[in-house]
Design a protein around this ligand. Structure first.
Ligand code: API
Length: 258
């Protein structure tokens, strides 16, 4: 089995299906708008070789996707918002670095403080991912290429994106580590015949690469098991039964956790 630790911006579209023809794969493709296309490419590739392609794992997409489906399933008219927490986005930072001319680059996702309180209070209808977050990029780049970065489709439009062009020295000094613990939420609420309920999934991530890898490994178990039973094709995370993620056997899980 291959754990594809590839960037979503260009590596995945160029390489992932090629791997899926020869191996069971687990990827972390995170360009939400293009996941249906990714699935459509991975499914026939995996079937061709008799493998499973577990796609778009990690925390978002991944753990958050499951919780969006679960939360929304509880309400006839769910009100749902996702908040990513202040911090460094791996996917968007990688996308910035793929823009021609960019030598160094990071992207910080900055949530609006008010939006999460509004969502918890059930007033999130007007809040979109784009209105609840802004994106700040710190980039070392040639002047001629500055304009191309803010207009990258899917990853940056429609978000309010600010690009700070800085020197190599400033980049080295200020943007090497992960300065924030990311506190991320999926909040779903709604009316249940006259009463109001809310369900929330929270992640506190000191290192997003570590947490992405943890989820990827868990979904690796969930890919290996159907593969061993002779199943094949692409799988997204909401299609996976939770027990398949666990290193503990089903009987013990039923005794312990159900
Ligand atoms: C963001 C969110 C979360 C990205 C999560 C993960 C990553 O803009 O920060 O790249 O770190 N879309 N896919």
């Amino acid at each position: 089995m291959l754990f594809l630790c590839l960037g979503s911006a260009t590596d995945i579209p160029e390489q992932a299906a090629g791997y899926a023809r020869h191996f069971t794969t687990v990827d972390t493709d995170d360009n939400h708008q293009l996941i249906p296309r990714h699935r459509a490419e991975m499914d026939p590739a995996a079937r061709e070789g008799g493998h499973v392609a577990m796609i778009s794992t990690g925390w978002d997409p991944g753990l958050f996707s499951v919780n969006r489906v679960l939360g929304a399933a509880l309400f006839p008219q769910p009100q749902q918002n996702t908040f990513w927490g202040k911090g460094l986005s791996q996917g968007h930072s990688d996308a910035v670095r793929r823009v021609p001319g960019v030598r160094r680059g990071v992207q910080y996702t900055i949530p609006s403080e008010e939006a999460i309180a509004e969502a918890r209070a059930g007033r999130g209808a007007e809040i979109t991912g784009a209105s609840a977050h802004v994106r700040e990029c710190y980039v070392v780049a040639d002047e001629a290429d500055h304009a191309a970065i803010t207009t990258m489709p899917d990853y940056f439009a429609p978000y309010e994106t600010t690009v700070h062009f800085i020197s190599e020295e400033e980049f080295e000094r200020d943007h090497q580590g992960m300065p924030y613990v990311r506190e991320c939420h999926v909040v779903t609420s709604g009316d249940l015949g006259g009463s109001r309920s809310a369900v929330e999934f929270v992640l506190e991530l000191e290192s997003t690469p570590d947490s992405t890898a943890a989820a990827q490994v868990a979904y690796g178990r969930a890919a290996a098991r159907p593969k061993a039973l002779g199943e094949m094709g692409a799988r997204t995370v909401p299609e996976v039964a939770p027990y398949l993620l666990s290193p503990t056997g089903l009987d013990e899980l039923i005794r312990r956790d159900v």
